[in-house]
Design a protein around this ligand. Structure first.
Ligand SMILES: [Fe+2]
Length: 201
């Protein structure tokens, strides 16, 4: 099983009792690239999947920070498949590569924001494998983190892609992101007592 070793003084620094991360969900949420592309596939869906990924990561003992970030960014690679002003699902189903595009776009964004490169890569790969829809076969073996992100997306899916059209007020979206950041920090601070923590990715 792959694992990432997180050193206490590198990844999780305790300052004045507050656990610190290199990049928070709020940093991502406030970036114009995230705003532009996440709105395309639905900010409400992105936030819901981030929450599901956090809960599933806790249950399966996977890194909650990476899971939530991958959940939040999993659909950042969507293209707009419009024909005559309407989303064309047939065109989308045949030609979509949003997990590939999303993995690359999320990686670039995370690195620009100052993310730990090991985490940025693992998060990006979890986005790449969050669905089988673009793959020629569905026989890939996922890591625990990749499984968690796939399940989180499936939990929020609605028939006919309706989950992409759910709306959320920007203030409520921001408060939800801040709330999830707090939950992640609390969870990480529980594991920061030991000198280093190995978590499956
Ligand atoms: Fe999704």
């Amino acid at each position: 099983m792959n694992s990432v070793t997180i050193h206490k003084n590198k990844q999780i620094t305790i300052e004045g009792g507050q656990p610190m991360r290199d990049v928070t969900l709020l940093d991502i949420y406030e970036h114009h690239i995230a705003q532009k592309y996440l709105k395309r596939s639905g900010m409400a869906h992105a936030i819901a999947v981030a929450y599901h990924a956090f809960q599933l990561a806790k249950e399966h003992k996977v890194d909650v920070d990476m899971a939530a970030k991958a959940g939040f960014l999993h659909d950042i690679g969507h293209f707009t498949w419009y024909r005559n002003g309407k989303w064309d699902y047939e065109l989308y189903r045949k030609n979509d590569i949003h997990p590939i595009k999303g993995a690359e776009r999320a990686h670039k964004l995370l690195i620009r924001l100052g993310e730990n490169p090991i985490q940025a890569k693992a998060t990006s790969l979890a986005i790449l494998f969050h669905t089988d829809s673009f793959l020629p076969s569905n026989d890939i073996v996922r890591t625990p983190l990749q499984k968690v992100v796939k399940w989180a997306d499936e939990k929020d899916e609605e028939e006919g892609g309706k989950h992409h059209y759910r709306k959320i007020d920007p203030d409520r979206a921001k408060q939800s992101i801040i709330g999830l950041d707090k939950m992640i920090d609390e969870e990480l601070s529980k594991g920061a007592d030991s000198e280093e923590t190995s978590l499956p990715i």
